[in-house]
Write a protein that binds this ligand. Sequence first.
Ligand SMILES: O=P(O)(O)OC[C@H]1O[C@H](O)[C@H](O)[C@@H](O)[C@@H]1O
Length: 476
Amino acid sequence: MRYEQLPWQEQMKLRVDFNHMMTEFVGQEEGFTREHIEALAGKIQAAHGSMVEKSNAGGMAWRQLPFNQATVVEEILQKAEEIRSWAEAFVVLGIGGSALGPLAVQTALNHLHYNELPGEKRGGPRFYVLDNVDPERVAALFDIIDPAQTVFNVISKSGSTAETMAQFMIVYDLLRQRIGADYAKHIIATTDAVKGNLIKLAQEEGFSAFIIPAGVGGRYSELSPVGLLPAAVCGIDIKELLAGAAYMERLCQQADVFRNPAYMLGVLQYLAMRRGKNISVMMPYAEGLKYFADWYAQLWAESLGKRTNNQGEEIFAGQTPVKALGTTDQHSQVQLYVEGPFDKVVTFLGVENYRQEVTIPRVCQDLPGIAFLGGHTLGELIKAEQFATEYALMKAQRLNFTITLPEINPFTVGQLIQLLEIQTAFVGELLDINAFDQPGVEEGKNATYALLGRPGYEAKKQELAARPEKKPEYLL
Ligand SMILES: O=P(O)(O)OC[C@H]1O[C@H](O)[C@H](O)[C@@H](O)[C@@H]1O
């Protein structure tokens, strides 16, 4: 059934406005028209075909996550209930796709000062994501949590990431010293079923483990146990999260390619890239969506930033993601976006109805320069500012479009995750690259292993020792 033939209740609950991307700016250097899209029809159909082929071959297992986790969801809910019955804190140890999704969803769907709420209002343990090995940050966390009242969720798809496993070793040793035999209930692993050290440790040491399904890469794993356990522990409705993702997945399966919102968002970015827009700004106009910009930065950068295409040709593909926040970064970055180089596309994440409202009182009425604010609400103000920024970009002929959530809730957040993941994968097909690997991070990893004396990395260590001394020009 075509998208527009769906009953109105099924019409996409996210609205995608292609502001000034495809319409009245025909003829102006920065506009796109429907003709631009239709000129890509063959490429779009081929990319769609490749998406279907890869999905059917199980290569995009993340697309099935909204539909095939009923059993593990029940296990997660049960484990979450147990943790919520005694733990005072829940700490995610992870990095990249193993941390950014949980952080983004928690910020979107829980109180913005969740950890500071009194326990009875919070309803669950305080929540922390430790996604770095800065010793000050790690030490600081242990100043504010009691390991004896804490559950540590060690999340690693590979089960071998140095940062996450270093954090694990610290926690493992501390818990065994502090708590002794039944330390295992304080650690939960989320990892691959067979690969890496973490699953082996879980089996040997007897701590609970949840499995990241094969074919689900880190940056596409938020709707797997990677994101579902932390969300459930913090009281988020994970069934609604998956329902929203399922809605978007079905919508994208049913709509024809030119009505597929994920595809069309991808095509616009592809057109923009071809026109030299090598920066993609993600600018939510909601504090709750702030860390979606961080999650999307990894998804977009790591999926599309590739040296070669599937034919082995060097293309140095990709677009640099920039994290921004409205209205805050109107006062720090928008100057560049309006007057700087024609090298970027801005995506606004808007909200129709904010979950809270605050009215500006009618005070200072003798000061016309601010009296006009009185009587308006902050929701009106932030939405006016968003529209005004879109308008300023449009007048300056800067490409931008808007994704609008009716409200930030588990259903719309699930939709947004699925939408942006499909968009990203589709652009990977348009670019004819592998959007699911990350060969570029290996060099840094191997050099780290060599520097820390990992066995088998001696040659790399010698290579590093022979490296030309980095003497920045400015050091006289
Ligand atoms: O989940 P892990 O295997 O620990 O990986 C965590 C992160 O590290 C790697 O560097 C990859 O580039 C990321 O895609 C991944 O999300």
